[in-house]
Design a protein around this ligand. Sequence first.
Ligand code: SAM
Ligand code: SF4
Length: 326
Amino acid sequence: MQDQYGREIDYVRISITDRCNLRCTYCMPEEGIENYTSHTEILSYEEILRLVRCLAKLGIGKIKLTGGEPLVRLGCCDLVRQLKAIDGIEQVTITTNGVLLEELAGGLIEAGIDGINVSLDTVERDIFQQITRRDYFDSVMAGIEQVKALRYQNLKINCVPIAQFNKKELVKLAAQARDYPMAVRFIELMPIGLAQAYTAVSKEEIMDMLTEAFGPMTPYAGTLGNGPAEYYSLPDFKGHIGFIGAIHNKFCGQCNRIRLTSNGFLKLCLNQNKGGDLLPLIRGNASDEELTEVMRNIIYQKPAAHHFYEDDQQDTDSRQMYQVGG
Ligand code: SAM
Ligand code: SF4
């Protein structure tokens, strides 16, 4: 469907939990969270499937499962299988920290997952521990190796470059796309919650480092996903390098996405609180037709653009990244 600005909205990011087995310094406090979504508030898989059936009727056919960490929620592979079976759903992908991926990659692939994004900010165990406050580096690397061993082709590595942590790691991270046909993507740090204490590394700086290490980067015209990433090829690389810059390469004019939080809030923009709470409706007597119409009206109102670093902060969302899912 189209929103009030004529943008085609066809992609929903669904956070299936706000819990996580890592504590990335820029995302979650060390001690965890006091106000996790309670078991009574969290959308059941049946409720998620029902909402997705309604969204599919509005032409929203692409889904990304996220979290918190989506793989910590039991039955995630079955959810993928059931989502894939819904009429109008073209694509179901997932973004994961990879900790449980070695165990679950086979199940996800067998369920028909269309893309696996693994978040990895470093290839050094001690820096991983510094960033995530957990000692799961080997598990994550084993998860990535398992996906490769299964010869899965739609693998992406997502890295958030942060001056205080991993600037010296970026060349090594990019090198992972040399021998395997996957994308390594650098995602600009957004000033949300704890991340406000850290400094992003600019795309230009990263490109300079990669060019020096590997040779000239040439823009890649093909499409490798649903999002706003800009891709580049490097000499002798089987895969590609991508950049997503929500702040310095503002792509709101082409934004195609909405978000559903684990407690049923339909969210229209990453840093704004606009949207609507679907929980009372889905737990009340609303019919599928009513739910669909309510969502159509909410989505239509999608704001024109995010307001990061602008004076107009009145609609800024207090939700943190682990509640929204990126
Ligand atoms: N736990 C899963 C994971 O890490 O992939 C899914 C949720 S996590 C919030 C999704 C992505 O958001 C991760 O790649 C993470 O690095 C990224 N992220 C978290 N906080 C961010 C921020 N302030 N700016 C940019 N990306 C951020
Ligand atoms: Fe967990 Fe992902 Fe946040 Fe790290 S970025 S704490 S893995 S939700």
